[in-house]
Each structure stands twice: as structure tokens, then as C-alpha cells.
Design a protein around this ligand. Structure first.
Ligand SMILES: [Zn+2]
Length: 448
């Protein structure tokens, strides 16, 4: 009896997960763009460095993200607290490369932002601006709610619909920040915490590391930003994508459908095609994070197989409603910050482009910060990803001052609702063939 009622759905899910996992790996391997950097090396400021005998103090996972790619931006944006990384770089064996025509030195704006983080850390008495005690206590209180609602889900109770709510709340404080190495100073704790929002439906940490931590943060709103490919080529997120006749219909349809299918297509093996085609060495990243990827796909599959196994088709309401809650929340807080008119074709140094590619909202609201994991202050998150989101509300006025000193305009919206309206208006406009990209809002400000 036990075997039949528990192990059958678990076994079916494990089998589907294994198939999807190898499917993801194959697609990642097949589609990844060619790289001139060997997988045992990395490129920083035009030079190719040998990593074979290098032990990174920040852990293997951080190093896995640098292998086989140009890691200049990662190197500059993740080493904030001192200059020790520069001395370490000098000691690494150089394999080749000399002058990189695309390389731009660290801007004064970026240098001042790092200075700001150091100064604020010193004044607040927290050495590395990891998670605050207040936010940590909130997470501890959320854990029993997470466990209780997870049990309710597998008992097929209505209370199970609260499981994705607590997953989002917990994951937004621990999982996204963990992926940016900002919750703890201990590398394996950050990695473990990325698992907190794996079940149900939210995201696959393995894919996320390549898609978000590397590609989205380095190439925000660029051709190489995987976030622009969520529903590609059914709909288009930027005017530089080719217009297709079906977009007139699909663009508005995806506005409604996208939030409901987002976490299923983006975060499972199904969404991998577009991400793989713009992300070098995604196969290696997925392989490094194989336990997370397998666990995610297995868990997501089980949340669908379990209710169907017990209630057949009538059980489907639970995963559909639950995935919808996760997806709408996820899309609302992640897409509205970047997919706005005036946030494309930004110019200037990397740090300036990060601010120019983002619109923030309700920056002084602590509740909004908790509910969005600090993504209401996305511009600050992009330039200082190693700072935990629990500091963003307090740090933001200081960030404003640094931006003013460098004549960098922060793009702002009054609320999340304005963000959703702006995102929808833009999507509708882009469904027509003659849509053009409005000029970057920040450059306009500079000319004024
Ligand atoms: Zn991020």
C-alpha cells in the first residue's frame, strides 16, 4: 500500500525529472555560443588567466561562473570590500590576450559606489552587509509556515495554496540573495540557501546562476540578456527584435499568459533554449549546479504528479492555482523594473548602464522591500549585488547622493502598479511592426 501510494508518484516524478535534466543539459551543450576562452580559464580586462590551480576564497561556485567567459564585470562588481582581489589577479598565470578593445576601466561612479558600501558597512558596524538580524528573524519565523503549508499541499488541502506564498516570502530574502553570495560570508551557506525557494515552482537555481547572476546582471537589457527571451519569438520585449505577424495577437495574449506560464517555462528545462543560445558555458554551470537542477525539476514535477495521482484531473486545480500565485508575483516584481520605455540602449560605463536600464519604485517602503526581495530598489541591487537586500531601504538615500554627484539620474515610478501599467503599455506598443525604441531616459536628462 505504502509503495503504491507514495513511491509511485515519487518514482514517476523522478523519472520525468531525470529525462528533463538530461534534455536541459543536451540543449545547453548544443546551443551554447562558441567561446575563445578555455573552460579552465577566465578572461579579465582582456587577459586570459589559468584557473586550474586556483582556490577561490569565495568558493567553487563563484569560480564556476567565471570559467570559460569574460568575467571582468563579475570580478569588478563582486569584489567590493577591499583591493585584495587585484593582488591575487596579478599572481595568476596568464595564458594569453593583451589588449581588449571592448574593455572599459572601472568608472569613477562604480569606484564611489564601492566606497559607499565600505563606508556604510563601517558606520553600521556590519563588516560585509550580509543579512540583517531583523530579516534573519523574519526568515526563521517563516520556516514553520513554509513546512506546514507544504504538508497541507501534499494532503491536497486548500491551505496548500499558501505554500507558494511562504516560498516566495522566504526565497526573496534568502534565495535570490544567496545566488548573489550576499546572505552569509560562508560560501556553502549561500549555496544551500538558494534551495529555499526551489519547491514549488519558483526557480531552478542551477539555470538561474547562468541566466540571472551572470548573463542578466552583466548584459542588462542587451541582446545577450536572457530575460528578454521569456516568450521569444511569440512576443517581443525590445524593438531590436524582429517583428513577426503573429506578434499582434500573441503580444497581448502573452501579457495574460506569461505570468501563468513563467515559472514553468523559464525555470525548468522547457525554458532553456533561449537562455542557452545567449549564455556561454551554460552546460558547465548547469553541471556544477546539477543537484539543485535535479532537485528543482523533481520537486516541480511532483507537485503536478501528486494531485493528479490522487484525484486524477480534478486534482489539477491545486498546482494550477499555486503556480499562478508564484508566477504572477515573480513576473510582477522582476519584469516591471527593466521592461519599461526609456530603459533601453543605455550608454556609458557598466555601472551607469545598470542604473539607466532600471526603474525603481517605493524605495523607502520596508514592506515593499520585503515583498519584492529588494527589487523595488533594483538599480542599487544591480550595482552592489553583494549587499544583502535587507540593507537597501537604508542605503538608498546614500546611493541617491552618489548618483547626484556623478550626474546619474535614477529612473523612478511612484508604485509597482505604475510599473505594471508601463510594462503592459510597452508590450502592446511593441506588438506593431513600426514600433521604435524611445531614446534612453537617462541620456535625455544629461542633455537637458
Ligand atoms: Zn539579482
Amino acid at each position: 500500500m505504502f509503495y503504491e501510494y507514495v513511491w509511485t508518484p515519487v518514482g514517476i516524478s523522478a523519472l520525468i525529472a531525470t529525462i528533463l535534466f538530461f534534455f536541459s543539459l543536451t540543449v545547453a551543450w548544443w546551443l551554447q555560443p562558441p567561446s575563445d576562452i578555455p573552460p579552465y580559464a577566465t578572461k579579465i580586462r582582456g587577459k586570459i588567466y589559468d584557473l586550474r590551480n586556483f582556490q577561490h576564497p569565495g568558493g567553487n561556485s563563484a569560480l564556476a561562473l567565471a570559467r570559460g567567459r569574460d568575467a571582468t564585470v563579475l570580478f569588478d562588481s563582486y569584489h567590493v570590500w577591499n583591493e585584495a582581489h587585484e593582488a591575487v589577479l596579478k599572481k595568476l598565470p596568464v595564458l594569453g590576450g593583451a589588449h581588449d578593445p571592448d574593455y572599459k576601466p572601472l568608472s569613477d561612479f562604480h569606484k564611489d559606489l564601492k566606497k559607499l558600501a565600505r563606508q556604510y558597512a563601517k558606520e553600521s558596524g556590519q563588516k560585509r552587509l550580509k543579512i540583517t538580524w531583523g530579516r534573519f528573524c523574519l526568515c526563521v519565523m517563516l520556516v514553520p509556515c513554509y513546512v506546514a503549508t507544504a504538508i497541507a499541499y501534499f494532503k491536497l488541502s486548500y491551505w496548500g495554496l499558501l505554500w507558494p506564498v511562504f516560498t516566495m516570502l522566504l526565497g526573496l530574502q534568502l534565495s535570490h540573495d544567496g545566488s548573489h553570495f550576499s546572505v552569509s560570508r560562508i560560501p556553502w551557506i549561500n549555496r544551500l540557501l538558494t534551495w529555499t525557494s526551489v519547491w514549488p515552482w519558483v526557480y531552478n537555481p542551477g539555470l538561474w546562476m547562468g541566466q540571472h547572476v551572470v548573463q542578466h546582471h552583466v548584459y542588462t537589457n542587451d541582446h545577450k540578456d536572457p530575460d528578454l527571451y521569456h516568450a521569444h519569438p511569440l512576443s517581443r520585449t525590445a524593438a531590436f527584435f524582429k517583428w513577426r505577424p503573429w506578434m499582434i495577437l500573441m503580444q497581448s495574449a502573452t501579457l495574460v499568459i506569461q505570468p501563468f506560464i513563467a515559472t514553468l517555462t523559464l525555470s525548468s528545462g522547457l525554458g532553456i533554449k533561449a537562455i542557452a543560445s545567449v549564455t556561454p558555458e551554460l552546460f558547465a554551470v548547469l553541471w556544477h549546479f546539477a543537484p539543485e537542477t535535479l532537485f528543482y525539476i523533481f520537486g516541480t514535477t511532483l507537485t503536478w504528479v501528486w494531485p493528479i495521482f490522487y484525484k486524477s484531473i480534478h486534482g489539477l486545480w491545486l498546482p494550477i492555482a499555486g503556480a499562478a500565485i508564484s508566477s504572477v508575483w515573480f513576473i510582477a516584481i522582476t519584469q516591471v523594473s527593466h521592461l519599461q520605455d526609456g530603459c533601453f540602449n543605455a550608454q556609458g560605463s557598466w555601472a551607469k548602464r545598470q542604473v539607466a536600464s532600471t526603474k525603481d519604485y517605493s524605495q523607502d517602503s520596508r514592506i515593499t522591500s520585503v515583498l519584492s526581495g529588494g527589487l523595488n530598489t533594483q538599480a542599487l541591487h544591480h550595482v552592489l549585488p553583494v549587499v544583502h537586500s535587507s540593507h537597501y531601504t537604508d542605503l538608498y538615500p546614500h546611493f541617491r547622493k552618489v548618483c547626484q554627484q556623478h550626474n546619474v539620474r535614477i529612473l523612478e515610478m511612484p508604485s509597482l502598479w505604475h510599473g505594471i501599467a508601463g510594462w503592459m503599455k510597452r508590450q502592446w506598443r511593441l506588438s506593431f511592426p513600426n514600433a521604435v525604441e524611445p531614446p534612453p531616459a537617462q541620456n535625455k536628462a544629461h542633455n537637458e
